[in-house]
Design a protein. Structure first.
Length: 475
């Protein structure tokens, strides 16, 4: 196969099933669970072979656009485009918009590989064999999905029944099956011809557009108009909101895959998990001799078959069995692993209560295109933050109507603009920014800049920022 594949990575989801680490503003694809890379970064690495792939197209939303760009930059992986979805419309409209973009930049026979950014996959020789089979099958005009060889009678996945064998090594699709009850899942596992629906696809742009026009023309029309009326902003392409909102809120499976006569499935025996619950994280982790998976600063005593993870505080667990203990900066979840599918209901309860709703939305640490900040302490008319700025980056030139700020440098070198004055601050040096004064913070150095910011005033919300100049295009 000489034709390269264009990867299309879906990275806009806001799932909270892995709470308290995953939250609406920091979903699982951008979080390090086990290892030194996020799931999104691992996805980028799987499509980074220049002999097989072109640069990827990423679909995400406004809230995550700088996370996408920064995590790709950390790996030094270039992106062909970042498409910003203005409203959530499931996967059909997103794939149609990507196909429209790819058809304009490449040609109608280009093969697209659509994949989520929140799976855990072992990208070994078996995996890439399946990719090549899928590409060859797509080149023959099929709409290809990857069917994971089931290892258990899982009830949390949809299934695909394989049909006749195709010359490429794929099979036709006999039918798609919704998430089954346990008895039905056990029957399908025993039959041997059923596969988990992975949510990954491969097809030529021309075949996808033809099938979309045939089975979901409103989706295709909305996506084309959204791209045509979209705006370019730095490295991002903003799809037009009014046009994109006209697309039905449906999945690619429902839009075309369950209706077309050209569907094919590649039986895929590689290791795959959608990491949809803490139980699945435990199953895919590296377990010790007692069956435990531990990550972060942990001490585990007389405990077995458990998942212990922490992002922040030291976590000590003693005398437990079949337990998930997950600690973030500001919340701890404790529950039986077998009940971890129900975390979503717990999150709904937290979100409904004013006193805990914020715990489902954001972390104390928030990331920005220039670095980020951690909320350390909040009080009446004051708050303390830890600010970190990436080398070479700078914040917007800005002012505040309701607060003044004190900055104390604890690491690195800061370039501080206050009014017309520009000064350099080094470790243990500080500066005061009066209320209403125009100011800017930059990191001209080679290492991360860290400082403590003390805010005082009558209103300390993040929306009290008047940006005068901003290199990231924010208002």
């Amino acid at each position: 196969m000489t034709q390269k594949i264009v990867p299309v990575i879906m990275a806009g989801g806001k799932g909270t099933r892995l709470w308290p680490l995953s939250r609406a503003a920091a979903p699982k694809q951008f979080i390090q669970f086990i290892g030194d890379k996020t799931l999104f970064q691992e996805t980028l690495q799987r499509v980074s072979d220049p002999a097989l792939y072109e640069a990827p197209v990423v679909l995400t939303n406004e809230e995550f656009r700088f996370l996408v760009a920064e995590q790709a930059r950390e790996l030094d992986i270039g992106l062909a485009a970042i498409l910003l979805e203005p409203v959530a419309r499931n996967t059909a409209a997103a794939v149609a918009a990507a196909a429209t973009l790819v058809s304009k930049r490449f040609d109608q026979d280009t093969i697209m590989h659509v994949l989520g950014s929140d799976y855990e996959i072992v990208a070994d020789d078996t995996y890439f064999d399946c990719v090549r089979i899928a590409a060859a099958t797509a080149a023959e005009g099929k709409l290809v999905t990857f069917g994971i060889q089931p290892s258990e009678p899982a009830t949390g996945y949809g299934y695909i029944e394989g049909g006749e064998a195709l010359p490429t090594g794929a099979r036709t699709v006999a039918r798609f099956i919704e998430k089954p009850p346990l008895a039905k899942a056990e029957e399908m596992l025993a039959a041997g011809s059923f596969y988990w629906n992975s949510g990954m696809f491969m097809f030529s742009v021309s075949r996808l557009i033809d099938e979309m026009n045939a089975y979901s023309p409103q989706t295709m029309k909305a996506a084309q108009e959204a791209l045509a009326s979209g705006k370019t902003d730095l490295d991002f392409t903003r799809l037009d909101k009014a046009a994109f909102a006209e697309a039905p809120n449906i999945s690619i499976d429902y839009a075309i895959m369950e209706k077309t006569s050209n569907a094919a499935v590649v039986p895929s025996p590689f290791k795959w998990s959608d990491l949809g619950s803490w139980d699945s994280v435990w199953k895919s982790g590296s377990r010790d001799e007692h069956g435990n998976v531990a990550a972060g600063n942990t001490t585990v005593v007389n405990t077995k078959n458990s998942l212990i993870m922490t992002h922040g505080v030291h976590l000590a667990v003693q005398g437990m069995d079949d337990i998930a203990v997950i600690a973030s900066e500001d919340a701890v979840y404790v529950g039986r692993l077998q009940d971890s599918q129900d975390v979503g209901n717990l999150v709904k309860m937290l979100a409904a209560a004013p006193s805990t709703s914020q715990l489902t939305e954001t972390h104390p640490t928030s990331y920005r295109p220039w670095g980020g900040y951690t909320s350390v302490l909040n009080g009446d008319r004051f708050q303390v933050k830890r600010i970190f700025v990436t080398p070479g980056k700078k914040l917007s030139l800005q002012k505040h109507h309701h607060r003044s700020e004190h900055w104390i440098v604890v690491k690195g070198t800061a370039e501080v603009t206050i009014g017309e004055n520009v000064q350099m601050l080094r470790e243990n040096e500080s500066v005061y920014i009066p209320l209403g004064e125009i100011h800017r913070l930059a990191n001209p150095g080679k290492i991360m800049l860290e400082l403590i910011e003390v805010q005082t005033g009558s209103y300390l919300g993040e929306d009290d920022i008047i940006r005068i100049v901003d290199e990231f295009g924010r208002s």
